[in-house]
Design a protein around this ligand. Sequence first.
Ligand code: APR
Length: 315
Amino acid sequence: MARKKIALIGAGNIGGTLAHLCALKQLGDVVLFDVVDGLPQGKALDIVEAGPIEGYDINLTGTNSYTDIQGADVCIVTAGLARKPGMSRDDLLGINCKIMRDVSENIAKYAPTSFVIVITNPLDAMVTLCKRVTGFPKNRVVGQAGVLDSSRYRTFIAQELHVSVRNVTAMVLGGHGDDMVPVRSYCQVGGQPVEQLIPGPRLEAIEDRTRKAGGEIVALLKTGSAFYSPASAAIQMAEAFLFDKKQILPCAAYLEGEYSIKDVYFGVPVVIGAGGIERVVELRLSDKEKSEMQVSVSHVQELVTAMDNVLAQKA
Ligand code: APR
């Protein structure tokens, strides 16, 4: 059986971590691409040289040429600037628009049948642009945000209750900004609703920390943003596709009426399998959660309008 081909576009902090995870999990052959000469080649070589110790057999190469991503089954995009302290994700819009357009054109040209996972921020705008420029159907262009945001929420709840993270299930939906929506009514700890275990005010503090968790890491790192956890999140999505898992994961998906939201990328639970995003799962939300989703979607719509203005100026 031929191995799957995974193209990682961007070989920075997240790109390098993605390549390492692909090797450790032996997900397939990996091409690591970046515009910086030597960076993807150096990281690829470093990871390959750990193979005899870790016991992985993998074809992993670094490149500055898009022709090498030819025929990729999956593309994971991290190309672009990351946040520095004091910046919001939205502040990255101008520069990352230009990069995302270039990346998307090349994916359409060299990997026209691939499943594309976008990580570059501001996520909701970048995944929108990727779908537009590639012209791929909505099932093949997805944004990574909810898996990470939910993992952060699960981490904080597990720490609070001194239980395994594996016992905590949760969904954080909405846009990948400070008004994302931790859906409390679907958060369970060993099957018990979280609201029965953590008092309301404490839960609110945890949810607030979840919304700002990316910024917490940026403030600590000072020179960039989170990379281990975003990489793990994207790999979980890639594995669901590569192994046709039909796994329900919260992702930025293009909505056409689901949740009464139309023509916008938004974080919702979806089923990922060999067909990419195979369907959107509609949860029954509380009135408070519904109104929080509305606030979040209007922020995403504003962000996309801002992106359109940036693109119009550049045109
Ligand atoms: N094509 C390909 N790669 C590019 C391009 C381009 N046009 N422009 C920049 N890059 C590369 C940079 O050379 C760099 O190696 O993108 C890489 C980004 O890496 P980092 O700066 O380390 O950023 P990282 O932490 O990996 O985050 C990447 O994901 O979560 C988001 O907000 C984050 O937008 C950021 C992205």
